[in-house]
Design a protein around this ligand. Structure first.
Ligand SMILES: *Cc1c(COP(=O)(O)O)cnc(C)c1O
Length: 386
């Protein structure tokens, strides 16, 4: 059996080496390292793939979030609601811009922001909601958009983990995540579903005026050379990374399908175990049915009941099986983001998840023998230790 990795980027590279290598070489020979033709080509191709009017590439997914918020003109003291159970980047940029982060609990089934909790947190100062399509499953966008409309709020989708996922609307129609809210951000960090070979990110929007504003912000607030109309940043996707991404984009759907196939096998092994909850999509669907493409499994995350998770993690590591705990500490308990306003009883789901979730190896190169070894090792541990 091949050594199991949390993410196998070398294995994935072998398959696309013949396309990626010459594409990188082309950038080097052209010396168009910054804003070269590869960046524009990738931007256009991603716009077509997502069916969105504007993709604005930038340096990473955290910048993308920050720039989206700057583009919307959010101001000091504006409240921005986001999920307590996510990667810190989301709340970090809110705080960095001197906006007021308002963390709310998530849904225990989907791990995504809880719409009832958002509703409860809205005040006259609320200006935006940032749903995160956590682990690759779309947040409840129909309800979030309806709520935003009612209260005149912006919706910024953090799509760093969800690229390529479809959201199925109440009427059955489908839209790619990242093109439903007013603006969205994504990350091309190497381990993301569409990853480059360094840092990268992008902002998406269908709003022409906002796109124009954001294109200036990423480039020092310049709309005309050496005329700085607004305070901007320097945040660019470099051409070598764009070359990698443009070579990988045609494979994104098949990459996500490989992830879903691996997820299906994991779920088949675990689904009847009373102490294991497998990841879910919306109630009607577990995200892994044959026709469904609503979950792109950036992570495959189990919720355990009555299992000593630390002992399980140690056992898996001993057996050569890497695993992860995403995320071990709720954001509202992080030193940087603690606030007297928060009440523990408002975070019962997140507080439970951080103690009981475990994420298994998930990537495009997982083999059946590896999945069988992982599932058997976990089941055997749980069955002999409880
Ligand atoms: C990875 C990630 C980010 C940040 O992306 P970087 O490119 O690493 O800056 C933001 N939000 C979420 C949910 C992420 O998973």
């Amino acid at each position: 059996m091949k050594k199991i990795q949390m993410v196998d980027l070398q294995g994935q590279y072998k398959d696309i080496k013949a396309v990626v290598d010459p594409s990188i070489q082309e950038v080097i020979e052209s010396a168009a390292f910054i804003n070269g033709p590869k960046v524009h080509q990738f931007q256009k191709n991603l716009e077509d793939y997502l069916n969105v009017k504007h993709v604005i590439p930038c340096a990473n997914g955290t910048d993308a979030l920050q720039i989206a918020m700057m583009g919307l003109g959010l101001e000091q003291g504006d409240e921005v609601i986001t999920a307590d159970f996510t990667f810190a980047a989301t709340v970090e940029v809110i705080a960095l811009l001197k906006l007021t982060p308002v963390l709310v609990d998530v849904d225990p089934i989907t791990f995504n922001i809880d719409v009832a909790a958002i509703k409860k947190a809205i005040t006259p100062k609320t200006k935006a909601i940032v749903p995160v399509h956590l682990f690759g499953l779309a947040a409840n966008m129909d309800e979030i958009m309806a709520l935003a409309k009612e209260h005149n709020l912006y919706v910024i989708e953090d799509n760093a983990q969800g690229i390529g996922a479809n959201y199925t609307h109440k009427d059955g129609s489908k839209t790619k995540t990242g093109v439903i809210g007013h603006v969205a951000s994504t990350s091309f960090f190497p381990s993301k579903n569409l990853g480059c070979y360094g840092d990268g990110g992008a902002i998406f929007t269908n709003d022409d005026e906002l796109a124009h504003t954001i294109r200036g912000i990423v480039n020092h607030g310049m709309y005309k050379r050496y005329h700085h109309d607004v305070v901007g940043v320097n945040s660019r996707l470099d051409s070598i990374q764009a070359a990698v991404l443009d070579a990988k984009l045609p494979h994104l759907d098949s990459y996500n399908l490989s992830r879903r196939n691996a997820a299906r096998k994991y779920t088949k092994a675990f689904k009847d175990h009373p102490q294991i909850t497998t990841p879910s999509g919306l109630t009607a669907c577990d995200g892994i049915c044959d026709t469904c493409d609503c979950h792109v499994f950036h992570q495959y995350t189990l919720t355990l009941e009555g299992v000593d998770r630390d002992a399980l993690v140690a056992h898996l590591n001993e057996k050569g099986i890497p695993c992860g705990v995403y995320y071990p500490i709720p954001l509202h308990k992080q030193k940087a983001y603690k606030d007297e306003r928060y009440n523990e009883e408002d975070f019962t789901v997140t507080n439970h998840l951080v103690e009981n979730v475990i994420s298994l190896p998930m990537h495009t190169e997982l083999m059946d023998d590896q999945i069988a070894f992982i599932t058997e090792t976990i089941l055997q541990f749980i069955n002999t230790h409880s």
